[in-house]
Design a protein around this ligand. Structure first.
Ligand code: APR
Ligand code: ZN
Length: 363
């Protein structure tokens, strides 16, 4: 079939929206109509050169929800018409990690980045040149392995669930699954983008007492407060470490870095009290390194990483939907703006301008 898709060619160049070919799902694969997909900074990291794309030209996009259009041979868990949310990590269900409740670290599937596990691709350019792709949700249709999809209830409009598979599970999961924030704790959150806002609402769910939002853009604080921040620190004007240490008489119990920069990982570490935990959520730059002072570490402090929120998609996604329906998880407030796929570059500009929580693409 033919579909419109957003293709990344090279850093610091506009993403191109093109008509491309998409072949039928093979064994164990599913063709999904993408209903809504978020413009997440993880994709933009390749555009601004923070990380290196695994292979180019690449059909981008990973944060999405949609409807099953057609299933390939040997698919038993899905059928046409099913509502699905994409999980950003594959889950083989068999490896050490999947068997110990850490499917976010699954290493049982040996596919080269940009390829399906059989070593071929489903997307190609109009002239037949193969295109690399992961979940490839910046497209009207995509073909993915069934192990990356989570079937969800069909009585919630599927567009509402676009960000569950990335921003929500990464943010809320970092708080509840990775750091296991205890009720009554104090929390600081560096970076109030789409993911950081979900760290904030995760801290609300965990019963944190104070939730201090840190950002360099003051425009982000209206979103941060909406999601549950109790205090804000404008890091472009105030030293956030000093402010947090002063406000909490020695530092917060937990600090989350949700930007992906060495300097802010260090600031997060320096913001926690003795015995406290700093958690890196932002995607590090390719070859990024961070240094931390040893004396503070000696006082029972922890610096930990959180990957895809230590999420267990088949358990956590239905839980998030349940919370949403009960009014205990904000999803509507995350969708500040909708754009068509042709405005993918503008969607990333929205993100950089600080004017949105998330821009959602409806391809
Ligand atoms: N100090 C404080 N805040 C900062 C700083 C800084 N030095 N630099 C940037 N920020 C803020 C931005 O102003 C923005 O509000 O961090 C926020 C980042 O948000 P987004 O660009 O919306 O990114 P998001 O999609 O939330 O992703 C954040 O998490 O999952 C990862 O790959 C993702 O690394 C990325 C991070
Ligand atoms: Zn993402």
């Amino acid at each position: 079939m033919r579909t419109m898709a957003a293709v990344f060619y090279a850093p610091r160049q506009p993403i191109r929206v093109e008509e491309v070919n998409l072949s039928d799902p093979k064994s164990g694969e599913v063709l999904v109509r993408v209903a809504a997909t978020g413009a997440c900074h993880s994709d933009y990291h390749a555009v601004d050169g923070h990380t290196k794309a695994a292979a180019v030209p690449l059909v981008m996009g990973h944060e999405a929800a949609g409807v099953v259009e057609k299933v390939g041979p040997n698919v038993t868990a899905f059928k046409a018409g099913d509502n699905v949310v994409f999980a950003i990590r594959p889950m083989c269900g068999k490896c050490k990690y999947c068997s110990t409740n850490r499917p976010n670290l699954c290493n049982g599937i040996k596919a080269k980045p940009g390829f399906m596990v059989d070593g071929t691709q489903r997307f190609s350019k109009a002239d037949g040149t193969p295109l690399f792709h992961g979940l490839a949700t910046f497209s009207q249709y995509t073909v993915v392995p069934e192990w990356t999809l989570v079937k969800v209830r069909d009585d919630v409009p599927i567009e509402k669930l676009a960000s569950i598979g990335c921003a929500v599970v990464t943010g809320v999961g970092a708080v509840v699954n990775t750091a296991e924030v205890k009720p009554g704790s104090t929390v600081a959150v560096y970076g109030c983008g789409g993911v950081g806002l979900n760290v904030i609402q995760g801290a609300v769910i965990a019963g944190a007492s104070r939730i201090i939002a840190v950002d360099i853009a003051a425009s982000k604080f209206k979103f941060a407060k909406m999601f549950g921040a109790t205090d804000t620190v404008l890091a472009s004007e105030t030293d956030p470490v000093k402010a947090i240490v002063d406000m909490t008489d020695g530092g917060v119990d937990y600090a989350f870095e949700v930007i992906g920069k060495p300097a802010t990982v260090r600031q997060a570490f320096e913001s926690v009290c003795a015995g406290g935990t700093a958690c890196m959520v932002g995607v590090p730059p390719t070859d990024g390194e961070v240094t931390i002072p040893m004396r503070p570490l000696f006082l029972d402090r922890k610096l930990i990483g959180s990957s895809a929120g230590t999420g267990r998609p088949r358990h956590d996604f239905p839980w998030f939907i349940e919370l949403y329906l009960q009014g205990r998880l904000k999803l509507d407030e995350l969708q500040t703006r909708f754009r068509p796929l042709t405005e993918i570059n503008e969607a990333f500009q929205d993100m950089l301008s600080g004017t949105v929580a998330r821009t959602i693409i409806k391809p």
